[in-house]
Design a protein around this ligand. Structure first.
Ligand SMILES: *[C@@H]1O[C@H](CO)[C@@H](O)[C@H](O)[C@H]1NC(C)=O
Length: 246
């Protein structure tokens, strides 16, 4: 029992020691221009997280690694099962924020980001049909989104631990609105070059249709990645050290 108390006290000491890296710009809760401050500070922090932040176990952000995404697109013109592994997202740290709306009293953050070029590179396996065409392959996928607008909606809640309040993000919603999507899948149809080239051409000619059918699955997977990264910081650093009260 004595040990348990001691152990908890030690842990508590460790937990409450976490802070944002010194180099991150702070935005004060009472700042009348809080939104403007965050609009600058967040992408600035993202750039400083390119290599990750080991002290907070924040992974490398450039590129950001994602273990796997499985997509089962059911009905409609695009019916494909796709498994992506070894995913690398390039370009996130070049994002700027066009708007920021922080409502700290209700633990809600909303922001729109603009990423000039986001490359999604992964090992893929897929099988299915697009319109009337069968498609199957196993190789490397490159899905590149140009001038990608992402609408982020972070819904948080206060979590109190050892007398400190943390802003835990319990729901992270994203909407992807790319200006243009370029798709390339290597080694389609067991490496048949003629069929593969034709299919890649076809996919790009219909990239709006193809992307729209898959968008929701990408959004769901990536929002959980963004949520994890955010909570790596928000679950460790007390809220009043992220947004100082004065
Ligand atoms: C992915 O595709 C884009 C657009 O076609 C291209 O600029 C980029 O170099 C490709 N990346 C890789 C790793 O092949």
């Amino acid at each position: 029992m004595k040990y348990a108390v001691l152990f908890t006290a030690v842990l508590a000491g460790v937990y409450s020691d976490y802070s944002l890296p010194e180099s991150f710009r702070r935005c004060r809760q009472q700042d009348l221009k809080l939104n403007d401050c965050l609009r600058q500070a967040v992408p600035d922090a993202l750039r400083k997280m390119r290599e990750g932040v080991p002290s907070l176990s924040v992974p490398r952000m450039e590129p950001l690694h994602v273990a796997s995404i499985n997509i089962d697109s059911g009905a409609g013109p695009v019916v494909i099962t796709q498994d992506y592994k070894n995913i690398k997202l390039h370009g996130l740290t070049d994002s700027v924020l066009t708007t920021y709306k922080a409502d700290l009293k209700s633990y809600r953050l909303r922001t729109d980001s603009l990423t000039p070029k986001m490359e999604f590179i992964a090992d893929y396996v897929m099988k299915g049909r697009i319109l009337v065409l069968p498609i199957q392959g196993k190789g490397v996928a490159n899905i590149t989104m140009l001038n990608l607008v992402v609408k982020h909606d972070l819904i948080g809640e206060p979590v109190t631990r050892d007398g400190q309040t943390y802003m835990h993000i319990r729901d992270y919603r994203v909407k992807f609105i790319p200006k243009k999507v370029l798709l390339h899948f290597s080694n389609l149809f067991n490496g048949d070059k003629r069929l593969g080239d034709q299919m890649n051409l076809f996919l790009n000619q219909n990239s709006d249709l193809v992307f729209n059918e898959l968008k929701e699955s990408y959004e769901r997977s990536l929002s959980s990645v963004f949520q994890d990264v955010t909570n790596k910081i928000f679950d460790k650093v007390p809220m009043n050290r992220i947004f100082p009260e004065e």
